[in-house]
Design a binder for this molecule. Structure first.
Ligand code: KG4
Ligand code: ZN
Length: 344
């Protein structure tokens, strides 16, 4: 069946058409209008600006996604839309647009959870992947480990008690002079530095828990940067010319601390559950150091690791469409009373 999907939870508006059936997971089109250039002026996402930009983009983007997929609304079997979690005003744009489209054209509407959609990106990337598996969702808003027992049964095993890993990357990136969002540039910068240069506290909480806390690490890095600045040696970097040096060492040590913590908890989660297929998803799944760390862990354990290609790690509607299919099969429907929710 063909599914039209919409995503507007944060700072990307996206519309996609996916073709899903038993044994078939195919992206027909996946259009993304990024607002990053606008938010960059403010150093982070401005929710009201995000909502307005979604409104401006969503209609034409949807038409483009249908055209590109070679179909019309008459061919669409269901409309999937991200309904939670995210910025409430941003979510409401997608939800209201999808509701109107579904109602006017008598097409079933399927609300989708954004975190599950990130995991579904891995389903699109590997059509043979089936639950049960463990899913590690690492993004700007989440650092969570789930036992995915079936396509629509997610059990939270652990997660961050405060900030998310993506947020932690972006915050330090911003302080050293990288434009929002700094995650991808921190990744490149870290490759040029020495991870042993600075010792930071681990965000992996001690013991059997699978929880994280990133606030201590973030504060330690900011204190380090402040201390250096007060001594007259501020650490900054030119975003257009990343080079080896103190900023690279900081990025390398910071990244290494985050990667080790996530790898440690992934290891513990596999041991605790006995599940040996791990899916990495979310925007931070694009991080090359995290990918390498989890690759090494899974190779050591003889576990299977599935990671979406970089193009499907960030927010996009194709992943929403893939999850919408399984929610649709499970009987999940949205009515005209469907509302968005900022939290899970
Ligand atoms: O999943 P996503 O697109 O949006 C949310 O649902 O939050 O994730 C965005 C986050 C941002 O914090 C961004 O800096 C981070 O993913 N990110 C990265 C990389 N690419 C994107 N963080 C580290 N390394 C990367 N290569
Ligand atoms: Zn996301």
């Amino acid at each position: 069946m063909l599914i039209l999907a919409l995503e507007s939870s944060c700072d990307e508006t996206s519309a996609a058409v996916v073709e899903m059936d038993e044994g078939l997971r195919r992206i027909r089109s996946n259009h993304i209008a990024s607002q990053i250039a606008v938010h960059r002026l403010y150093g982070g996402v401005v929710p009201e600006i995000a909502s307005r930009a979604h409104i401006e983009a969503i209609s034409a983007l949807t038409q483009n996604a249908l055209d590109d997929a070679g179909c019309t609304l008459a061919d669409i079997g269901a409309i999937g839309v991200t309904a939670s979690p995210g910025l409430i005003g941003a979510l409401l744009v997608g939800v209201n647009f999808a509701k109107s489209l579904a109602y006017a054209n008598d097409i079933p509407l399927v609300p989708v959870n954004h975190v599950r959609a990130h995991v579904a990106a891995a389903l699109l990337a590997d059509p043979t992947l089936t639950p049960p598996f463990l899913a590690l969702v690492v993004s700007g808003g989440h650092t969570s480990i789930y036992a995915v027992e079936d396509y629509t049964t997610y059990r939270l095993l652990g997660g961050t008690r405060d900030d998310a890993a993506g947020e932690a990357f972006d915050k330090v990136g911003r302080v050293i002079g990288l434009p929002y969002p700094g995650g991808a540039a921190m990744d490149r910068l870290a490759a040029l530095g020495d991870a042993r240069a600075i010792a930071f506290p681990s965000p992996a909480l001690a013991g059997d828990t699978l929880d994280f806390s990133f606030s201590g690490l973030k504060t330690a890095a900011l204190n380090y940067l402040n201390g250096e600045a007060q001594r007259g040696n501020p650490i900054t970097v030119s975003p257009d010319a990343l080079t080896a040096g103190r900023a690279a060492d900081l990025a390398a040590a910071y990244t290494d601390t985050i990667v080790r913590a996530i790898v440690k908890k992934a290891d513990q989660a596999m041991t605790a559950t006995g599940v040996s297929t791990l899916v990495l998803a979310g925007g931070v799944a694009a991080n090359s150091h995290l990918r390498a760390g989890l690759n090494a862990l899974c190779a050591k354990r003889g576990a299977a690791l599935r990671m979406p290609p970089l193009s499907l790690c960030g927010d996009n509607a194709a992943m929403v469409g893939a999850q919408a299919y399984y929610e649709y099969l499970a009987g999940v429907r949205g009515t005209t009373a469907l509302n968005a929710s900022a939290s899970d």
